[in-house]
Design a protein around this ligand. Sequence first.
Ligand SMILES: [Zn+2]
Length: 266
Amino acid sequence: MTDKTDKTGTLNDAEITRYARQLILPEISDEGQDALKATRLAIIGAGGLGNPALMAATNAGFGHITLIDDDVIEGTNLNRQFLFTPDDIAQPKAEIAARHAAAQNPLISVKARTSYFDETIADEVMAGHDIIIDASDNAPTRYLANRTALAHDKPLIFVSAIRFEGQLAVFSAPLDGDERAGCYECLFPQTSSIAPVANCATVGIAGPVTMVMGSLAVLEAIKLVTKAGSIGTSLAGRLMLFDGLGAHSDIIKTKRDKNCPACADL
Ligand SMILES: [Zn+2]
């Protein structure tokens, strides 16, 4: 589609072909694709959100992706975790998903980590990656990812889905060093009286909602890395509330809490 003989970046011929339809986007271009290639992305969770996030990031050309999940595939996952088949049941989610991704795009590096994201690996994950997508499904992981991302000054993209609804936000400092947005804990304070968080096992989840939200999380990651973030508008400091049943979404501003125990001293 394009003559890139005057390119000065790092892309080889195979990459120029594969990413041709992104390269002609002025918001991405060679420069942005080079930056994507150099980016180390960690995705926490290989479930309903992690599946589409992994595939979107894989095909966008993030050069180094790590998928973290200690869970195994169950039959009840198959309405939304579309990288998995009935033959994969009882196999590790991270390994099966990463295998698909590696086959989908041999030009990048995809690693599976079959560990639970806890204190034993959190610092290492944050230190070794440039952007983190939290596609997990439980509060302890959310808070730990938030605090360690803050400690390492790494952008954290939060994404969730339940029933027909999704949430998406960018926490922590964007890569260009703009003023820090509020953190996950500013928005969702930890309190001992907080009600148990509903999960998809008890209230259900519509598969297409996870696909939408997982893909949008990667779109935010692309915007953080490329010029699209400065030309467009990041979700840093803002929360998207997607209502699939009502076919609309709202964006609300999120404020930094000066008393937030996670980020007030930063
Ligand atoms: Zn905070």
